[in-house]
Every structure is written in structure tokens, then in C-alpha cells.
Design a protein around this ligand. Sequence first.
Ligand code: ATP
Ligand code: MG
Length: 556
Amino acid sequence: MSEAEARPSNFIRQIIDKDLADGTHTSVHTRFPPEPNGYLHIGHAKSICLNFGIAQDYQGQCNLRFDDTNPEKEDIEYVESIKNDVHWLGFEWAGEICYSSNYFDKLYGFAIELINKGLAYVEELSPEQIREYRGTLKEPGKHSPYRERSVEENLELFEKMRSGGFEEGKACLRAKIDMASPFMVMRDPVLYRVRFADHHQTGDKWCIYPMYDFTHCISDALEGITHSICTLEFQDNRRLYDWVLENITIDCRPRQYEFSRLNLEYTVMSKRKLNQLVTDKLVSGWDDPRMPTISGLRRRGFTAASIREFCKRIGVTKQENMIEFGSLESCIRDDLNDNAPRAMAVLDPVKIVIENFDAGKVENLSVANHPNKPEMGTREVPFTREVWIEREDFREEANKKYKRLVLGKEVRLRGSYVIKAERVEKDAEGNITTIFCSYDADTLGKNPEDGRKVKGVIHWVSAEKGLSAEIRLYDRLFTVPNPAAADDFTAVINPESLVIKQGVVEPSLAEAKPEAGYQFERTGYFCVDNKESTESKLVFNRTVGLRDTWAKISAS
Ligand code: ATP
Ligand code: MG
């Protein structure tokens, strides 16, 4: 496949192709403009892959710009996490990081320009009155009594706002556009409001802060952005975007294009809701492996490549839609199926004693790390007299469909010998505590000579050499596909979204690096927790289950 074929095509790329072909632009400059009021989520990844992906494919540039005009909600912790996540996803921003707050002086100058042109005025109606005067979709708005102030008076009052002479809510700067516009955003939108809040970048320099609609278009123009790509809810705001740029003196003229945001089943994507999950301690943090955040998915074991692949598969359109959770899962499963080494872990152990195997003897078996990729090598797996198997892999009695260990029958231990269950020992409650077996020493890597057919293969871990590990089984965070539609989304949290098991893993996993992904044979894909796993306490997170059930896995 040629590089051009590998590129995604979408309506935005078609616009860019046309702009480059007809000379509207000679190069492409995009930006990703998060507000640092939360961690990035998989929806942001869609926007990141789009904006940075375009810059990459067209040899252009993409800025990372913090859209930081709401100091009360923002925090430097979020700034740092966002930078980290963008890098981890595999993208590099052009030059220095940008902040809208870098432009506060210039924005202030442009506001004065609008006042001088008679296109902005200082409003002294209360926020409630402003809302009332704005009208509705069916009714035009009313003019504020302060709308016709003179330029001089407006300049003076705006300066008074800037120098702290107005309390919050007592004055704001509005654009003078059209109170009867069918687009509510054009009904004299607020450009500046008073906020006595310290800003994470500008400290206490300002007590007035520009609004998103005023800031965004000017920031784009100041940075030389050619294509300003945002989500569909800003479609109407495009009128205001264009109005501001047409009415100030600035020589760059970016255009805004909108695409539909990503909605993913069984999750919520609004930062307000994600914040609530964190604040109310319904999850362990922004990077809880059940969160749809980039850091949560990463901790869950998603690779950056799998997230980029997901963004490629869902595409970019103007259609609102809801993506199945399974399509995200299939991206990571495909990646790990190809690339993750195999290992053995027992999540719910029951002990096997192989009575005809010498106590104290350790036989190091060489086992392939990947069934189809010999280049991934082999590892040593110690086989001993006592091993763990899954409790559910043994039954005292079972019909022929049960291809695991049954009393009096044989099964193969993966990568090892055929064993036969001879008898069991139980505790006072009747729970099996130990299964006594024998092994056939002539079955390593081959079938029994006498033609006995042993179909079942189960995984196991040496009891003497295995390592205990905490295994966290993660599942979807919500029980319904669209939790945001529930009256209270916290009421539909899946109580089974985290189940913790005390398991055992093969000793080679002592060397496993944080975030390294493995396929635990027959069990699923797991990774080493990047936060809480230590040498003395291994912690593995389930990334995703296996597509195939254990029954379909062929004998090794
Ligand atoms: P929220 O509504 O959850 O607070 P937001 O849109 O306000 O999210 P921003 O930090 O402003 O979050 O988003 C930065 C960029 O990411 C914006 O261009 C926005 O359009 C885009 N974005 C946010 N959510 C999604 C999504 N679900 N799908 C695609 N793009 C998104
Ligand atoms: Mg936003």
C-alpha cells in the first residue's frame, strides 16, 4: 500500500486538498486547543489524530494551544497531563506550547479597536437581565439601555473593568451585532467578563477575562492557523468567529470547519461528568483504568498505536453517531494479538500435586512467546511437582464437551506434559483443596505414543516458582450504552466494573515493565499497572478479554 493510500480521506482533507490546489494556502497549519480543565479523553484523541495527523501528512504544523480563559476551572496539573498525553499518543507540536493567555494583551487591544469602531460596548445589565433581553429562538432580543453609549464612555468603562473598578457580574463588554439574529450567538455576545481569579499562567495580572468566542478566532489568526477544526456544537459560533476576524485589523484569515464529536457506548465523555466521577471517588482518579481518558486507557493497557488505529477506523464526518465500545476493544485486541508476548497466569488457583514428579526438582521448559512469531523468541517456564491451575479448569465429573481436567481423565498442561487427575482432597466444607495427579513423562511436545487422544489444554503456574500477583479485572464502567441519558449517570455504574483477584503468574513476569502488555493464555490481555505494581507486589490490569473463548484455542 502506498503512503497516499494509507492516509485517511475525509471532507476536511478534501477541503485542504482544494485549498492547496487553488492556491488559497501554500501550507497547512492546524491546532489542537484543549481547555486545561480536565484530563484528555478518547474524544480528544479523535481531534488530536485529526489535527496532528493532517499536519503530519501535509508536511504542515500543528500547535498545541491551551485555551485558558476560565481560570477558576483550570489547573496546571491538567496542563501537564495534556502535554504528556499528546506526546504519548505519538505527536509533536510545532514550536513552543501556546496559551490563549499569551495573547491577553493583544486581545485587550482588539477589544479597544472594536469599541473605537462602535462595535462593542460596556454592558451593565445583570447576567439575568442579559439573558432575559436576549430573547428566544422564536422571539428577537431587546436592545440593552447601555447599547448606545459613546465610544469615549465605553473606553473609560472598559478601562474601569480592567483596573478592578467593577465587581463580578456588574459589567461586561459585549459586541454590538444584531439582537434579532436567528443565531443566538450573534445577539450581542459577551466578549469580556470580570473575574477576580488568579490565573495559572498570568497570576493576578488580569481581573477581566476574554470569552472563548472572542479569544479562539484571534488566537488562531495570531498563530497563522489555516484550518481551525472543531466539533459541530460550534457550527453557529462560526458566524461570530468570522465577524470578529472581519472587524479587527489582523492579516491572517483562518477558516473554521466542524466535524461530529466522538460518542462512545458505555461511557461518558463530558469533562464535567468525568470530573464528578473523580471528585465523588466513584473511580480511583482521572487515570482509573475504567475511565475513557487517555491516561486511563493507557493504564488499562491500550497502546498509543491502538488508539490512533481506532481514530482512523471511526473516520471524520459531520454525522452524529454513537460508536460501539467493542470497536475500541477490537483495536487493542488486534494490536496485542499480534504483538503481546504470551504468558501464563492463574486467576483463581487450585493446587495440583504431581505425585510421580520428584519433589524439589525444577524442569525449565522452553515455551514460545508467540505462537505465530518465532522471532519473538522463547522463555523458560519452570515445571515442578506442585502447580496451580484455575479452579474452573477441574471437575470431578463432566461430559465430553468439557475439555479440561476431569477426575480420572487426562489434560495437557500448556507447553508441558499430559497429566491425569487421580484423586482430590477437600476441606470440611467440601471445597477441593488439592488435586493429586500423575504425569506422563513421555508427552513433552508430543502426543502419547499409544495413540491416546488428549484434546484439552489448560494453563498453569508452578506453585514453588510462581509469583503471587493482584489481578484487576476491569469491565465497562456503566451498565447501559448511553449513561449520559440516564437521570443520574452515577446510578448506572457497573458494580462489577472492577473485580480484584489474588492470582499467581509465571516467574518470567517478575521482569515485566510497567504498561507492558501480555496475553495471559486463555484468560485475556493484561498489562502491568503503571502506578501501583512494585517488585514486592505485582499488579496486572485486564485490558480486554480474548475474542475467542478458551474452547477454541488449539492444543500446543
Ligand atoms: P467537554 O465538553 O467535555 O468539556 P470540550 O469540548 O470542552 O469537552 P476542550 O478541551 O475544549 O473540551 O476540547 C479540545 C478539543 O477537543 C476541541 O477542539 C474539541 O472540539 C475537541 N473534542 C472534545 N471532545 C471531543 C469529542 N468527544 N470528539 C471529538 N473531539 C472532541
Ligand atoms: Mg471546550
